[in-house]
Design a protein around this ligand. Sequence first.
Ligand code: SF4
Length: 456
Amino acid sequence: MTVDTGLIDEVAIKFDTIDNKSNLGHEKILEEKNILKEKGQREVFCGLTGIVWLHRKIQDAFFLVVGSRTCAHLIQSAAGVMIFAEPRFATAIIDDKDLAGLADANEELDKVVSQLLSRRPDIKLLFLVGSCPSEVIKLDLSNAAARLCKKYLPDVKVLNYSGSGIETTFTQGEDACLRSLVPEMPKVDNQVNKKLLIVGTLADVIEDQFSRLFKKIGIEDFAFFPPRASSNLPEIGPNTVFLLAQPFLAETALELEKAGCKHVTAMFPFGVEGSYEWFLSAANEFGISESKVKAELQPYINRAKHAVDKSLELLNGKSVFFFPDSQLEIPLARFLQNELGMELLEVGTPYIHKKHVNKEISKISSDVQISEGQDVESQLDRCTNAKPDLIVCGLGLANPLEAKGFTTKWAIELVFSPIHGFDQAGDLAELFARPLNRRNKLEDLNHSGQFIEDLK
Ligand code: SF4
């Protein structure tokens, strides 16, 4: 096993296509009205992608992927190479000796961890991140994490989770990571005052905005999870209620519920409608009146509406087709339909966690086709037949669709960009307007012949 800290100069692989051949049954079961369930070939990133935003958030954590060169290339090309800063992710590469059983993979892993921790005393939390190769050779990373904890605690806590692409989609990496952190959160049995936990990785600037708004509406006792430092894990107890900031945290939510916390059902804070309802749901839980919330948030609502309206002229009446990718599809589709007047042709999403997205689904027109799972070939047929003005999809589909003359938006960009809350609502609308703007400009240039001239 060798360690790859990322300073590689080979051509990086942009993404992996997961060909889930075992599921090529192409089943389509219309179980419920307007929810089409599909199983078949999928085109998504794997859960390692979450390291890109998680390593920026938890600043004393290190993510050691136990995987192959492909895994190393994936996180390098997605996260970029940290030349001037010490990287906070790396790949312990399972090589031929490990695969052939000539080396004890556990011993090799222990050596890599020892080298890493002696070089990097700033690491307080080490995640061993499983991958397809580590799962295929059945390397038990939970045992490895327990063994390494015995050796390195109290200086370094070692946890593990899976980022493998087998049967998962890329935002599940964050879900698995946060779930592994829940048992580490300090538990208090006699929690007197109600406490709000906001769950899901948010950019620091958004956390700061949300903190101001929670205080304005009268919620003082709140914390964000994950925190910016692993030593600051928020306390939880029987009086903790939690609000999801991301729709893809089903396992984390379950783990928090098992620990005695209560989930507050809400929409997600995307766009004006979602952001307002999100704050209002939290306020309801704390017995704060709607009139108070409205009065405090009205200036933010007005400003956000004004910003969103800047994209209205371009997007109103345009049609959009979502391929399943980030699990953000349903709330984003609701935003595009209700605040920008877009026509939803199909809203594909990898999984539907009904409990978490029911409020969102109820805000989408009942005749819109929602689909769960993927059979990429038949979905491509439906998409090209519907001729949408805009397609939201993964990188693997975007380029071929662009080549066919369609306008696309990369779904992953919506996960990497700060899009939550009132102050980002205008930017969120702009993210969808930009590809249509670009297409219009290219067409104008083409018509004037200037583009061809420019290329000469
Ligand atoms: Fe590819 Fe699996 Fe590694 Fe992800 S975890 S990069 S899908 S081999």
